[in-house]
Structure formats: C-alpha cells, structure tokens
Design a binder for this molecule. Structure first.
Ligand code: NAP
Length: 241
C-alpha cells in the first residue's frame, strides 16, 4: 500500500483530498496543525470505511522545520506528498506588516520547502514519488489586496517547475494545481454578494468545491499521470484562461 501525506487535511481541500486518496487505495496521513478535532473526525470516518491500517494522523506546523522533521520520522516513506496546507490574508499592500509577510511566506512557501526536502531522500532512494503542490490562480495573475499571498503562490509555481527539472531524472514528478474560487473556510469571510459576483465572473458560472480539486489531486497521484511533470493545472471554472 502506498502512502500519501496530505498537509492541511483537517479541513477544506485537504480533507476532500484525503477522502479521495483513501478511496483510491492509498494509506493516507491526515496532517493537521490546529484543528485536532476535525482531523480526528476525518480519521474516524476513514478508518470506518477503509480500516485502521489505511489511516494515520500527524500534527505539525509546516512552518516549523523541527516539527516537520519529527512528522517525517514518525511516518517514514511518503510516496505521494500533497503540499496543501496554507493560509491567506486580505490586506492593502501598504498596510502589510513585516510579520504578515513573513508568516505568509513561512507557511505557504517555506512549508512546501520543508515537506519537499524531508520527503525527497526516501523518494530518491526508491526512484519513485509524486509531489503535488497547491498554489492558486492568484499566483498566476495576482490579486489586489493579496500581494503577499499572490507572491507566495507564485513562488510555489516556480519551486514546482525548478524541482521537477532537478528530480525528474530520479523518477520523481512534481506538479502544481492552481485552484480558482473554492468553497472552503478560507473564503468564509467573503459576503454572499461577493461570492455571487465571483460565481458570475466564472465562465462555467459555478464556484469550485474541494472535491473538484481533489479529483485533480487523485489524477496526479495516480499512474495515469506518469508522463506529466512540472505543470500547473488550473481548476478554476475558466476564471483564468
Ligand atoms: P482552509 O479550509 O482554510 O484549510 C487550510 C488547511 O491548512 C487546514 O487544514 C489547516 O490546518 C492547514 N494549515 C494552515 N496553516 C498551517 C500551518 N502553519 N501548518 C500546518 N497546517 C496548516 O483552506 P483551503 O481553502 O482548503 O485551502 C487549501 C489550500 O488551497 C491552501 O494552500 C490555499 O492557499 C489553496 N487555495 C485555496 C483556494 C480557495 O478558494 N479555497 C483557492 C486557491 C488556492 P489546521 O486547521 O489544522 O491548522
């Protein structure tokens, strides 16, 4: 049984990805940081459906190297790494503090760096592995009042492309998903009117669900994506073309 680590699986896109990869036959590591109860509930649900061997729970702040290193020591080989954990913040660029900037980059970029670097030695030894990084369409085109988020998500795209070139010869694929507007707690602060405007701006006239992104994660984690690396896949209803 192959192991898939999904960071930030306690909620939103990560939770849907854990459910989907468990269905696909992976042993899933449900990683969380603060939402212990939600993570435990998901673990209970997946254990009931797939058995205790198919599920592990692991806690770490992805921004903290020591915590991530302990997590990898506990879980061992990871065949599929989904770097999904992330934060967002809306603020005028002129109001951003250095702390806002650093926290954004520590979680959304350095978290990906830590997880990739700690997963790779075993992947390289096995000459096999798939890394799936979750960026954002704002990393592709930039969002007003989300300059640090957009810059961090653009960095994830750059990291994906460069790392794909470096580790391709070792049999490892690195791809990226850039979701559009997905209905999760990350967007809970937006008013119903704003969500409706975003829906209307989307060519497919619908907002995304965590399951829409999980379907692309499932494809990239599976055998059918074996010839694909270094790519950025928009799951955005056509919002960014
Ligand atoms: P969400 O519902 O807010 O969930 C975020 C997840 O990330 C939670 O499981 C949270 O874990 C985890 N997390 C946050 N900070 C962490 C940290 N320091 N260490 C470890 N885990 C941490 O967000 P989402 O909408 O599912 O977003 C998932 C990913 O998709 C993010 O990278 C986000 O930027 C990206 N994305 C989302 C959208 C969207 O519209 N929703 C669009 C484009 C891209 P705990 O709660 O356990 O702390």
């Amino acid at each position: 049984m192959q192991t898939a680590l999904i960071t930030g699986a306690s909620r939103g896109i990560g939770r849907a990805a854990a459910r989907r990869l468990a269905q696909d036959g992976f042993r899933v590591v449900i990683h969380y940081n603060r939402s212990a109860q939600e993570a435990q509930q998901l673990a209970d649900e997946l254990i009931a459906a797939h058995g205790a061997d198919a599920v592990r729970l692991a806690k770490a702040d992805v921004a903290d190297r020591d915590q991530v290193a302990r997590l990898f020591e506990e879980i061992g080989t990871v065949d599929v790494l989904v770097n999904n954990a992330g934060i967002a913040q809306q603020k005028l660029f002129t109001d951003l503090t250095e702390q806002d900037w650093d926290r954004m980059f520590n979680v959304d970029v350095k978290g990906v760096f830590h997880c990739c670097q700690l997963a790779l030695p075993r992947m390289i030894a096995n000459k096999r592995g798939k890394i799936i990084n979750i960026s954002s369409m704002w990393g592709q085109v930039g969002a007003s009042c989300e300059v640090h988020y957009s810059a961090a998500k653009a960095a994830v795209i750059g990291l994906t492309k460069a790392l794909a070139k470096e580790v391709g010869p070792s049999g490892i694929q690195v791809n990226c998903i850039a979701p559009g507007v997905i209905q999760t707690e990350m967007n809970a602060h937006l008013s119903p009117e704003t969500m409706e405007e975003l829906r209307e701006e989307t060519p497919l006239e619908t907002l995304g669900t965590p399951e829409d992104v999980a379907a692309m994660i499932s494809f990239l984690a599976g055998k059918e994506s074996d010839f694909i690396t270094g790519q950025v896949f928009g799951v955005n209803g056509g919002m960014i073309i």
